[in-house]
Design a protein around this ligand. Sequence first.
Ligand code: ATR
Length: 273
Amino acid sequence: MADLYAVMGNPIAHSKSPQIHAAFAEQTGEGLIYTAMLVPEDGFDDAVKQFFRREGKGLNITVPFKENAFRYADVHTERAQRAQAVNTLVMQDDGQILADNTDGVGLLTDMTRNHGLELSGKRMLVLGAGGAVRGVLQPLLEQQPSELVIANRTVAKAQALAADFADLGPVRGCGFADVAGEFDVIINGTSASLSGDVPPLSDDIVAGHSVCYDMMYAADATVFNQWAMTQGATIVLDGLGMLVEQAAEAFTLWRQVRPDTRPVIKQLRAALK
Ligand code: ATR
């Protein structure tokens, strides 16, 4: 019988994970079934327990359960421990559930391998201080930026996050009004675009060479990327590649086979249009 995997979230109907993992499975010849499961807000632990009781092999976890999944797991990778939130659970041979966070490495792989960007020594700005940002800070700091500034609407959250990661590199937190000077890399990790907003930022932070990356994605340029282009940015990327790369990392953890992400990104991009 094919091995069983799923993504759990609420809502879940919009999830592209089943499509992505089906494409990976077909490409690699791995026999697996991957479904999307809508889990009630107060039913996460029960749903996970049942899933693994039915011999499920692994899960992806999305909003709003990434912290629940972190707490549920028996063992954690180091990057999961840092993020305190996870998107991947693995049933190990010893019966223990391993938790990993593949979002950050997904972002990094998309930026460096798919788009050929060099991040070391760069001045980076990360917008937002929620779960999405927490998941990507360690991999970003491992690239050894000259400085990483976290800016958030709620300043205290940016400062607290910076303090949590300060041992990994030169990182500080501030409010949007305190962001000044040109940045080489600007990553939007806020959910502001869900309401059509762009954080209120000074217009001197974007230069022609600045790489602007929105962790959200859309058929056309996201509102953040539209803003970046009006500021003169020429390299604007959205989070579709990150989505596929975090999935590839989870797939590799589960199956010990690395899928080729490029055709899958291409296929999803075409379907968005
Ligand atoms: P996620 O898991 O997507 O990171 P989250 O933890 O709720 O979700 O974090 C959402 C982030 O988007 C936060 O940084 C939030 O700012 P606050 O910490 O001040 O709430 C940010 N955000 C949401 N709506 C925003 C808006 N309209 N303008 C600016 N920032 C916004």
